[in-house]
Ligand binder design. Structure first.
Ligand SMILES: [Fe+2]
Ligand SMILES: [Fe+2]
Length: 193
């Protein structure tokens, strides 16, 4: 048995979402594919069984509140007015998990910043950022995504930068403001190493 919080264990080991999740069947399938991809990467990296469960759980849970109404999401996030509506479901889900007793900060940060990126994302957070974009159910640019998936997890950093380039590029092409947190993430991952 692992020491994971029951919600995390249920999600990562048994593909069960908490009763407060607001997810359509299609959303659960998306999140399940993200979790499967992340679990496969953790396994390929030789991470232990508990870590594989934890990574799978982050994938399954990241969009647990994606379909909750804004009036339900806003009270869950301090400074909600600073977040664009479309991004609120990440920090709201992290805080809902925290309220349920989950204290795994890297996992909570991964979920909170899965859409935006964050300069302090660790391996789990970077994996979620990439897997959300690369999961095989996303049809648009399917060949490019499959090509990036094939390079994982070995070519981790280069794929991370490629995924960020694609995601941030969409914002730039549409002249949508790039948030400070995303700019900080970009700065961190492209800094000379
Ligand atoms: Fe999301
Ligand atoms: Fe997602």
């Amino acid at each position: 048995m692992d020491n994971l919080h029951p919600i995390i264990h249920a999600a990562g080991a048994d593909e069960r979402v908490p009763d407060w999740a607001v997810m359509s069947p299609a959303r659960i399938r998306h999140a399940g594919r993200v979790g499967t991809l992340m679990g496969d990467w953790a396994e390929a990296l030789g991470r232990d069984a508990a870590t594989q469960i934890r990574w799978r759980a982050a994938g399954l849970l990241h969009d647990a509140l994606k379909e909750a109404g804004l009036e339900a999401l806003r009270p869950l996030v301090n400074g909600a007015e600073e977040w664009p509506d479309a991004l609120l479901h990440g920090p709201a889900c992290a805080n809902r998990l925290r309220a349920a007793g989950v204290d795994d900060e890297p996992l909570l940060r991964a979920i909170a910043f899965h859409t935006t990126g964050h300069r302090d994302l660790g391996a789990l957070g970077q994996a979620l950022y990439m897997a959300d974009f690369l999961e095989p159910g996303r049809i648009a640019s399917g060949r490019e995504r499959a090509g990036l998936r094939r390079r994982m997890p070995d070519d981790w950093h280069a794929v991370l930068v490629d995924v960020a380039t694609a995601k941030i590029g969409v914002l730039i092409d549409a002249q949508i403001p790039v948030s400070a947190v995303t700019a900080g993430f970009w700065e961190a991952i492209t800094a000379p190493r």
